[in-house]
Design a protein around this ligand. Sequence first.
Ligand code: ADP
Ligand code: MG
Length: 156
Amino acid sequence: MKSYQTNNPAATQALAKQLAQLAYPGLVVTLQGDLGAGKTTFTQGLARALDITSRVKSPTFNILNTYEEGRIPLYHFDAYRLEFAGAEDQGFEDYLGTDGVTLIEWPQYMADLLPNDRLEMTFTRMGTGESDRQITVQGLGQAQAVEEALTDGSGK
Ligand code: ADP
Ligand code: MG
């Protein structure tokens, strides 16, 4: 597990840029954290670093937005609305661990679909500042190498 502290959106996006440089087709990244924690901000930074020029916003209503114009396809899920609906039988598997990098907000609502090889990230408001965030990264299976390649965080 690596842990980072950021105190502005740009610092969170700098971490996203690092991840974009390590991303490969098939990488799945789960983004956990409360509303406003910074999950979409992180995704926007990653998209930009993949040379995606479209405006990335949270796909709350359609669950999944796809961006094909960058270096690698980006599949961006926001599973929040699946809390009661469930994630089965909607073809989401086609976007997990295939030809793109997949980022998933609210992954707990599609837990049954998550591959074992994945990078788990958590975003937490912390400290006294309005903009202070703790971000943790843990690689599982093949994604362990991605965690290891990231710069060392604060070590906590
Ligand atoms: P989420 O997708 O987790 O609901 P968003 O990324 O949509 O969160 O919103 C995060 C908000 O917090 C944005 O308005 C962003 O500018 C702000 N913010 C302040 N500090 C940070 C930080 N350190 N990292 C990320 N976002 C931050
Ligand atoms: Mg969001």
